[in-house]
Design a protein around this ligand. Structure first.
Ligand SMILES: [Ca+2]
Length: 115
């Protein structure tokens, strides 16, 4: 966890957190990992703040192989790109994550044995 804290401190990420906290929680770690995934793929070209069509396609193919088919990346991007700039920013990316969390929650609830 200390390693993740150091990574965050070395970026210009606007997220701040208490330096006194002994350990990052699982939730804090999850947030940092998600931002890290976005940054990793967004850094594929000179614009490090957004995902291009190619960067988003690679992210979908590499990070969601069980959920999406690579051929669907363009359609997914079209739905996520709320401001129609043909780029996915962090807020648009987080909408996808939020949607996937909701769908995963529903799927897990549906899999629970009925009493
Ligand atoms: Ca956009």
């Amino acid at each position: 966890m200390t390693h993740l804290r150091n990574i965050l401190l070395q970026t210009d990420c606007p997220v701040s957190f208490s330096m006194e906290a002994p350990e990052l929680t699982a939730t804090e770690t999850s947030l940092i990992l998600l931002v890290g995934v976005f940054n990793q793929y967004a850094s594929g070209d000179s614009d490090k703040k957004t995902l291009s069509k190619d960067e988003f396609g690679k992210l979908v193919k590499d990070e969601f192989p069980l959920i999406f088919q690579a051929k669907d990346a363009a359609d997914i991007m079209k739905k996520l790109d709320k401001n129609k700039d043909n780029l996915i920013d962090i807020n648009e990316f987080m909408h996808m994550i939020s949607d996937l969390v909701g769908k995963s929650y529903k799927m897990m609830c549906d899999m629970e044995p009925k009493k």
